[in-house]
Design a protein around this ligand. Structure first.
Ligand code: ATP
Ligand code: MG
Length: 426
């Protein structure tokens, strides 16, 4: 046998057994986003590398070490997208959507980051996201939070907490950066390698360190919240007021800084303790400078992204998956000419009852082996067509999950019978 070629490390096949959960996430999301007036945008999975460098930032984990970048044959340096926002902004500018056009957008699709693979962390993973443009206030941030919260409710998921922080305006952040850097410089011997590297380039990210040895130092660091300018603290206060008014629970986490460069003012995450270390299921915030940075007319912006795999894991762990892929009928066709007649009957049923899931046996085999397949398929009913039934223009109905007598009925009665038997599906 030839040697098998295996899937790329950190990437994975999503198999039929998991599809009910995937459909649940994707279908509920689509319905929800559209109901809030968000419209879908699909961008290519590759972009020029420069797009991500300029938006996410040169000194971020993603750009420094996680992107799949390569020169294509024409000499362009391209990258598989590590996230969705940069592409949506690029496409929005390019297609003139952001100014007074379609300012509420959603997307869904695969993203690529060369991270260390673990449960809930993959090198190809899927995100859903929402992005909004042209809206400066806390009202739109609250809308995004309402939408995400409603999503957990729709999915039936519990144990998800909203964490919030503000990064203030760019000017506030610059001043605070100086404060933080001088504090950290006073404790150089306590900084780990990553933090030393970030001290110059991206000191805020040090606050996000997961290294246990750094926690004391971080706890004692000056907090951005205590150094906000008036505009920044007003903006944040307004958001908190809206959330309180709507009885949305939150926890202010001063260490929430997000890994990407483009955020300002509000940042938020929805976090669960159900997934071990990979606890963030949704992350977002305001990113007012990005549109201009990518060559568009200045435009306010805010959005979020969710990891689908983590939601799927939660649905399965919390046993909230609802079955959608379920064979209703297995059509057994044994004997001469039965497959000709059987397929025709099956197609007739599909015309009349498009909502049912019907597997028509294919590939021949004995009656007994076909019945085994029928049982294994999970169908509740087997339709049986043999030579006798063809002669009599009948079909037999056998109940696979109930202790009921087999029924022989006229083929002309079949649609009505199935309608009665599978009421909820037709
Ligand atoms: P984390 O702190 O878990 O690395 P992040 O801050 O890098 O997350 P974002 O870039 O904000 O995440 O992406 C938003 C969401 O996408 C995350 O909250 C998570 O649910 C999901 N996500 C991010 N990276 C991965 C990955 N490698 N595999 C699976 N899901 C991911
Ligand atoms: Mg990450």
């Amino acid at each position: 046998m030839a040697q098998q070629i295996k899937v790329i490390r950190g990437m994975h096949d999503i198999l039929p057994v998991d599809m009910d959960a995937w459909y649940q996430v994707e279908d509920s999301w689509r319905t929800l986003a559209e109901a809030y007036g968000y419209r879908q945008i699909r961008t290519p999975i590759m972009e020029k590398t420069a797009l991500f460098k300029r938006s996410i930032g040169e000194v971020t984990d993603i750009v420094e070490k996680e992107m799949y970048s390569f020169d294509d044959l024409g000499g362009d340096n391209l990258s598989l997208r590590p996230e969705g926002t940069a592409s949506v902004v690029r496409a929005g500018i390019e297609n003139g959507l952001l100014v007074n056009q379609q300012q509420r957008l959603w997307y869904s699709g695969p993203m690529f980051r060369r991270e260390r693979p673990q449960k809930g962390r993959y090198r190809q993973f899927y995100q859903l996201g929402a992005e909004t443009f042209g809206m400066p206030g806390a009202d739109i941030e609250a809308e995004l939070i309402f939408m995400a919260s409603r999503f957990w409710k729709l999915l039936g998921l519990g144990n998800i907490e909203l964490q919030l922080n503000t990064l203030g305006t760019a000017e506030t952040r610059l001043k605070y950066k100086d404060l933080l850097v001088s504090y950290l410089r006073g404790h150089m011997d306590e900084l780990d390698g990553d933090s030393l590297r970030r001290l110059e380039s991206n000191p805020l990210r040090i606050l996000d360190s997961k290294n246990p040895d750094m926690q004391g130092l971080i706890e004692a660091a000056p907090q951005l919240r205590d150094h906000l300018d008036q505009q920044s603290s007003d903006h944040f206060a307004e958001l908190l007021e809206i959330l309180d008014f709507n009885a949305v629970a939150y926890h202010i986490n001063p260490r929430l800084v997000r890994g990407l460069d483009y955020y300002s003012h509000t940042v938020f995450e929805f976090v669960t303790t159900s997934l071990g270390a990979q606890g963030t299921v949704c992350a977002g915030g305001r990113y007012d400078s990005l549109v201009e940075q990518l060559g568009g007319k200045p435009s306010h912006a805010a959005g979020f992204a969710m990891g689908i795999e983590r939601l799927v894991l939660m649905l399965q762990d919390q046993q909230k998956v609802t079955t959608q892929t379920e064979t209703d009928i297995y059509f057994v066709m044994a004997g001469a000419n039965s497959s000709m007649h059987g397929q025709k009957l099956a197609e007739m049923l599909r015309n009349e009852l498009p909502g049912i899931q019907l597997v028509a046996h294919s590939g021949g085999g004995s009656f007994k082996s076909q019945m085994k397949k029928a049982d294994k398929s999970g169908a509740s009913i087997a339709l049986i067509l043999g030579e006798t039934e063809i002669q009599n223009s009948t079909v037999n109905i056998k109940f696979l999950r109930q202790d009921l007598q087999q029924l022989e009925i006229e083929q002309s009665q079949l649609v009505e019978q199935i309608k009665t038997l599978l009421k909820t599906k037709v």
